[in-house]
Design a protein around this ligand. Structure first.
Ligand SMILES: NC(=O)C1=CN([C@@H]2O[C@H](COP(=O)(O)OP(=O)(O)OC[C@H]3O[C@@H](n4cnc5c(N)ncnc54)[C@H](OP(=O)(O)O)[C@@H]3O)[C@@H](O)[C@H]2O)C=CC1
Ligand SMILES: O=C(CO)COP(=O)(O)O
Length: 315
């Protein structure tokens, strides 16, 4: 079985490390220096300077490597997935497993956006899963979103020799959506924590955030039961309450007054882009009040100050 992982960043490398025991894995990277580092030195120095990688993990920057993949993990930022698929071909039997947490295009989730290009079911794979902790082989959980019990079994088999625990949902789009929304509200909690550093205020806003998340999920026709999958409360809690999260850290920086900090084109932009997109998708949704989301969007566009933002979300 050929397993290809698109993206040799922290998540792609951690996934490769988690399934290496039984399988050979090809990590696709657009950067030749990373490919050479992995193949020649058994290291991915840019992302894990202190880790030696297994011989079972090789790297490639050849776009043809996708063509005979049986399993393809998507571990590149969400906004790069469509352009990646415009340059590669995959088999119609290839199992595509999406780990990216963001929209596929302006309005559509990644499985929706990819459905215009490929017929394959896109399996959603989202967890409360800091890649750095996975790399140090700490027990980690994921939700597998698939409508096919067979595909769920295949994913279970991939991870059966490690410390990865899986639950299952048939609601692929719901799991995709919740993985986007949790990043947005993690930014909000970061801002609140940077300002107040108070357990009372944190969980006042955390509770409001949970209510908004539930309303948004239901607005799009999903059952809020998915919040009790690992990808739900688990990933929202992990991302919003732990400083390892880039989205929470962005919120902390904003709260400390660094809103104009240079973000470059990094994966951190994923959460910010999601705020803009979800706000515009919901712009005409009547009877749906999402003050945390809409005021965060105003704040990110510098239309209101931190002080005004906090006043508005506390009310
Ligand atoms: N970090 C985590 O704990 C988790 C992350 N995720 C999700 O996984 C995705 C990747 O995140 P993560 O690994 O953390 O991010 P990183 O920034 O560590 O890695 C991103 C990887 O994607 C590559 N990449 C970036 N832009 C492009 C592009 N335009 N075309 C092709 N390749 C590109 C990078 O290549 P290069 O090195 O050349 O820049 C790098 O290999 C995100 O959607 C994230 O939300 C999911 C679960 C956990
Ligand atoms: O999604 C993540 C872990 O589940 C990582 O979150 P950040 O992108 O905020 O670091």
């Amino acid at each position: 079985m050929k397993i290809v992982i698109a993206g040799a960043g922290i998540f792609g490398t951690a996934i490769a490390n988690a399934i290496k025991k039984e399988h050979n894995i090809v990590l696709y990277s657009r950067s030749m220096s990373i490919v050479e580092d992995i193949n020649n030195n058994r290291r991915n120095t840019k992302y894990f300077p202190n880790k030696i990688l297994s011989k079972k993990i090789s790297a490639s920057n050849d776009l043809h490597t996708f063509e005979d993949a049986d399993i393809l993990f998507l571990c590149v930022p969400s906004y790069s997935i469509l352009s990646l698929f415009s340059t590669i071909k995959i088999s119609k039997n290839c199992l595509v497993i999406n780990g990216a947490k963001g929209y596929g295009n302006e309005k559509e989730l990644i499985p929706e956006a990819l459905s215009h290009i490929i017929p394959n079911e896109i399996i959603s794979f989202k967890g409360p899963s800091f890649a750095t902790e996975m790399m140090y082989e700490l027990p980690t959980s994921f939700t597998v979103g698939t409508q096919s019990p067979e595909n769920f079994k295949t994913v279970q088999n991939l991870f059966r020799k490690g410390l990865i625990f899986l639950d299952h949902s048939e609601d692929i789009l719901g799991i995709e959506l919740v993985s986007i929304i949790k990043n947005i509200y993690a930014i909000v909690i970061g801002i609140v924590d940077a300002t107040y550093n108070s357990a009372n205020v944190r969980f006042l806003i955390f509770t409001k955030a949970m209510k908004e998340i539930k309303m948004i999920i239901e607005h799009f026709g999903h059952s809020s039961d998915i919040l009790f999958n690992y990808a739900g409360v688990g990933d929202f809690g992990l991302t919003s309450l732990n400083d390892l999260s880039r989205n929470r850290t962005l919120g902390l920086l904003i709260g400390k007054g660094f809103l104009n900090a240079e973000l470059g084109n990094s994966v951190i932009l994923e959460g910010v882009r999601s705020v803009e997109k979800l706000t515009s998708i919901l712009a005409f949704a009547e009877n749906l009040k999402t003050p945390l989301l809409t005021n965060l969007n105003e704040l990110l566009q510098s239309k209101i100050s931190n002080k005004e933002f906090l006043k508005l979300i506390l009310n």
